[in-house]
Design a protein around this ligand. Sequence first.
Ligand code: ZN
Ligand code: ZN
Length: 591
Amino acid sequence: MSYSPKSKKSHGKPQSKSAGDKQFAPLKPATVTSANFSIDPDALHFIPLGGSEQFGVNLNAYSIAGKWLAVDCGIGFAGHRFPGIDILLPDPQFLADRAEDLVGLIVTHAHEDHIGAVPHLWKRLQCPIYCSPFTAEIMKLKMADIPGNERAKIIVVNPGDTVKIGPFTVGFIHVAHSIPNALACVIETSGGTVVHSGDWNLDPTPVIDDKTDEAAFRAAGDKGVMAYIGDSTNAEVQGRTGSEYEVEQGLTALFPEIEGRIAITLFASNVSRVRSICRAAKACNRKVVLMGRSLHRMTGAAFECGYLEDIPDFIEERDMDRLRDDQVVILLTGSQGEANAQLARIARGDHQYVKFNKGDTVIFSARPIPGNEEEINAVKNNLSATGVNIISTGDTAHTIHVSGHPCQDEILDMISWVRPKIVIPVHGERTQLEAHAKLARSAQVPSVVVPSNGSVIKLTANGAEVIDHISTNLLAVEPNRIISAGHQAISARRKLQFTGIVHITLVVDERGVLADDAQITTMGIIDPNDPAELQFEEDIAIEVEDALAELDKGSDVGDDVLAEQARVAVRRMVSQALGLKPKVSVHIVRL
Ligand SMILES: [Zn+2]
Ligand SMILES: [Zn+2]
């Protein structure tokens, strides 16, 4: 610290609680403005309410004849911008305002960015949920976590099924993706037909599911598709995404090159990858241990649906010690560096049973989601410190990961099968959406519209037109409440991370004159264990007292004036001394 102490002076401790200690009742989530909204009921409209210009928090809405159909309802990871928050939800208020006319929610697959918000938001939507058998298994487990969701009606649909949902006739098509049983939907209405792709790729040799059903997409194209609304994740990536079978071959070749224990981390939902790892382990006589709640949950659902019947039994964690290091493969969660996941806990020596030692190898069989790099590196640093070998994509000639999303050649194939008049890219940030749009234009699609969340897009045979915009929002999930992501509490936390806070307690008489020393406590500004730095709090108190003494006491001074005078003085002083602009809270006690 680089300030000069003013003088020594003793101050008592604050007697009363500051405003920051108040307990708040749970707040109602903020609402999205949707008053005075009207659209032509004869035309088909599409509104992305989440997931366009961002990864995650997918929520899409279609409307015709005064009715609404939602597709997907997922979470996003909060990251550093939301201190204290792990996950974000799309704000469903626009649909909740129309819940009587909301005829259904289709969940295309069981990835968190498509299914994860349903348990939190279903009570506000109250509509039937349509999904595939595997997605339904996961949905039931997730819905059971939150009371009140047991009333939700989950309707299981299979590829090839056609279901009438209000004015929407929806056909389901199987697509290959990095989770089983993913569906695209063909939404037929009196205003035209839309293909909504969900997440997909054209894996030529999927490990557990069939290939994407090209014939069904071609058949939709033959009947006539007005609009294709699709996955943009890899729209900037040339070529094709590759195959899960290449990963199986890659791991089968890699495992025998490793001598000690092998631990491999992946997305729990990648059931194909789990199967490939089990087969690669069996080929080199290793047994597989599963670690992590979500891996148990996903593999349990996969067994229920008949996906993992041909793999050897997993061994229990506690039986691992009976095997030599070169007889074990540990399959575990935490590929994104999540602090509470198994991998991060073991890496920092914080796991009850498992310790990694020199000679063990950890394989990252997953791509880092943008924004998670820092957490992933922290885990890797901890692993390196204990002498663990780390293998990530790029460290080995063997294929250890492929994406579940379509690259450019696959997107062009899809457009050629479906032959839409309109393409609307979704599921990506602006750069991916624009790359997808460019591809569509290169394929001579007559009408291409890049949406933002809240774009109200009218779809007709003449093309797509953005006719309006509704405000959208994100919600933040705390342990006991859901609040707007723009809530003051979160912006204050964000600010506090950088600047610290000064609490001032002023005891004043009825005229506003200080009746006792100003009492100061700070957080994030000084080291309270260092007496020299503690002096700074006393200097702040003197600064406040001097500033208040300057106030004209000719008439009674109100709380607002006192608080502002103190706040300005403290900010000026701390700014001059330390270059910080802390948050200042003032608590006034009147005698
Ligand atoms: Zn997705
Ligand atoms: Zn997905």
